[in-house]
Design a protein around this ligand. Sequence first.
Ligand code: F6P
Length: 328
Amino acid sequence: MPKKIKKVGVLTSGGDSPGMNAAIRSVVRTCAYHNIECIGIYRGYQGMIEGDFKEMGPRSVNNIVNKGGTILKSARSLEFKTPEGRKQAHENLIKAGIDALVVIGGDGTFTGGLLFNNEFGFPVMGIPGTIDNDIFGTSHTLGYDTALNTVVDVIDKIRDTASSHNRLFFVEVMGRDAGHIALNAGIGAGAEEILIPEEDLGLERLLESLQKSKASGKSSSIVVIAEGDKIGKNVFELKDYVEANLPEYDVRVSVLGHMQRGGSPSCFDRVLASRLGVKAVESLLEGKSNYMVGLQNDKVALTPLEQAIKGKTEIDKELLRVSDIMST
Ligand code: F6P
């Protein structure tokens, strides 16, 4: 029989994403609903090592469902990677009477949680929070939908200048290892070409495509590039390369950067966060551990943390074809 859970700790770790606050709120209120205590752990695993804890009642999460970032703050803790750091963190949890953890973040966060469970048998449940949508076992991570909307909104604005000045814009979006943002926001914003880490388009094809679009009568274009694309040049080198090979193009670069991680979460992310928080706490209460709660075919489902960490998310190849057809 697993130990009855009476106090749950919740933390956010790694890169922040819109919807993390809505998830914290959901965890806190689900605990209150089931008459168990909830403790907020500040600055992720670093706060666990330093005992930076605060009791959270249902009123402590008023007015945060609409807020970007994370009220619990986030950090990437190097100390938690050491056995001494984890031992200290475990001692602090025991001292505070915490008997289960909900960790909100990406694969680094889950790796930490799994290691902690393996060493101390401590119950852990993960909620996927990253704008990159690169976590296996969920169709959507928290913040991804908001980031898509942010990117599309910004590219719409860039398009005004592109079309007024007959320019070609290279817009770099986030996604170190994953092209989900680039591919979906690129289609949504009507990009001419989309460069993603999963597919090597090749420089020649890019030049051909740009030539073709000029010849077809387009006077301005937008190319969306994921920061981790495979074309072998950074976005500024790519601009120089295209200008050297296609002098008819006047190219500008916009690197969207961290603005993509901020802002008020979309309705989709708020609802998702609320659903995942409920499932995370209730799964812990049922004695489950070492799972990530995610969305599969619109239903909330559990994936073993190990699979969520190791599994690769696939891009939808059909979207590449759709993008090609749309740029005709
Ligand atoms: O949240 C994921 C991500 O946005 C990546 O796409 C990006 O490379 C990275 O975070 C940058 O994070 P940071 O600035 O926190 O190192």
